[in-house]
Design a binder for this molecule. Structure first.
Ligand SMILES: [Fe+2]
Ligand SMILES: [Fe+2]
Length: 141
């Protein structure tokens, strides 16, 4: 099974590139979203996903883990989480500021904004708090 956060990042990047190509009035703003989101997604894939994957294994009963690697990832996640929350807000603000009046792909942009918002909300609502808890377990390894 493909890791779902990484899969959504890849879908979102594809949709952003398509929207950028097809947009007339908002291609600059979409390019800015793509630039922020690309770095943001890389950071989550480097820090959040390893911590969540640890948690998945830990709660499945797998206790043989690479503690030094995980401690490094947990520290990176804790350092980056504030910036990542700010990036969610920054990305949604860029969408809110887009002028979609007269944009022939307004529907594509609206769906992309909703997809991006849901992705960010799920991360902040469930995944970041779960990862913070996992960091505490990792500290005790
Ligand atoms: Fe994400
Ligand atoms: Fe995110």
């Amino acid at each position: 099974m493909e890791e779902p956060i990484r899969a959504e990042h890849s879908e979102l990047m594809t949709l952003l590139y398509t929207a950028e190509q097809e947009s007339h009035d908002n291609s600059g703003a979409i390019k800015e979203v793509a630039s922020v989101f690309s770095g943001h997604a890389d950071r989550e894939e480097e820090t959040l996903i390893p911590v969540l994957e640890f948690m998945k294994e830990w709660f499945s009963g797998i206790k043989q883990v690479n503690a030094p690697f995980l401690k490094g990832k947990a520290n990176e996640f804790k350092l980056e989480v504030g910036a990542m929350i700010n990036e969610h807000a920054q990305i949604l603000k860029l969408f809110d500021e887009m002028n979609t009046e007269g944009e022939k792909n307004a529907c594509l942009l609206e769906n992309l904004r909703k997809f991006m918002k849901r992705h960010s909300v799920i991360e902040e609502y469930y995944f970041y708090p779960m990862a913070m808890y996992a960091c505490k377990i990792i500290e005790g390894l």
